[in-house]
Design a protein around this ligand. Sequence first.
Ligand SMILES: Nc1nc2c(ncn2[C@@H]2O[C@H](COP(=O)(O)OP(=O)(O)OP(=O)(O)O)[C@@H](O)[C@H]2O)c(=O)[nH]1
Ligand SMILES: [Zn+2]
Length: 374
Amino acid sequence: MAKKKKSSKQRTDFRKHHQGRVRQGDLTRDFAGGKELADLSHGERVSGKGDLTRKRTVIAESEADAAIAEAELMTGRVISAHGLKSKVMTDDGTMYECAIRQVLKSLSIDGRSAVVAGDHVWFRAQSPQDGMIERVGDRHGIICRTSRGQQHVIVANIDYLLIIASAAQPGLKPVLIDRFLLTAKQCDVEPVIVINKVDLVDTAPLQPIIGAYAALGYRVLMTSAESGMGVDYLRELLHGKQTALAGQSGVGKSSLLNVVQPGLGLAIGRVSTDNDKGRHTTTSSQLIPLAGGGAVFDTPGIRQFQLWDISAGEVAGLMPDVRPYVSACRYPNCLHLSEDDCAVKDAVADGRIDARRYDAYCHLLEDDLLTITR
Ligand SMILES: Nc1nc2c(ncn2[C@@H]2O[C@H](COP(=O)(O)OP(=O)(O)OP(=O)(O)O)[C@@H](O)[C@H]2O)c(=O)[nH]1
Ligand SMILES: [Zn+2]
């Protein structure tokens, strides 16, 4: 017991000393660190005799070994994880293709991935391009989806989900914003709504919709990558934060980042005229470190994120404006569509719930969720 405490303190001290940007307590999934491996190698000598002095000496030796082993590790952030290979970027922007140590893989619990995009990892460089991940930091702010009962983490360690929409080309689709809001709520990541391309429209008609979101407590920004409107505010907001980008193709995600951080040079696509839908120019995950701190995660997995993981019965509870009424419905499993004595429909009828939001709710259930589960 005492031995364990000491070793975790040593790790914490080491971490504080060497890994300034990683918070204390980040290393609880410490399956394969030098300490454990050192303990294994000294196992017989330690447990065989019960000689306390010798035991202490061996522990001290193994801790020294562990410190040396740890000192050889490099830190980085996982950009993408595919099967057993991960792309890891170090603080100075060097990319490594990393394998995952077997013990990490075998200790990954209930089918969850041992390593996911966004993870902070400690790895051993094996060549200028290759490495072996030895340790994964604790996760917070996980954006995930569940399909066929399996949870897939798309990206970890995220503070904001930046939901980017555009006022025109493609036109504003509040339904899409609502979907991403549900995702953010479900993942417990703070959403920020950005309405871009406001240079193309008269903004007066946007005010009611912006007001409705703001009244629900969401942060809403109007921006233009073209005129620069709202860009300083956005830059300030992203400063020091870990942000994941969401939004339909062509709304200007890359353009906005390029003006938030001049010199970035992300590829800008043309909006497809084919049914106003466009096609994502960005096809692989990117981690964009921001000058002055923070980073933006741009991954196709979130760009194309759908409501895979939300069941029809859960949606109302995730909408702050609808949630207060659901417990007053006659039927506990009321979906607030065509049921009798529905408190949600009553609230829509007398204006306590915004009719547009309720419409979006109905569409979502009828078009997506109920048809998928049928
Ligand atoms: N007028 C105007 N055009 C913009 C603005 N932002 C982006 N655009 C244009 O919109 C088109 C798409 O911009 P992108 O930045 O590639 O959009 P995206 O969201 O990154 O697109 P994907 O990579 O496909 O997901 C480009 O032609 C941009 O020049 C804006 O604020 N105003
Ligand atoms: Zn109801």
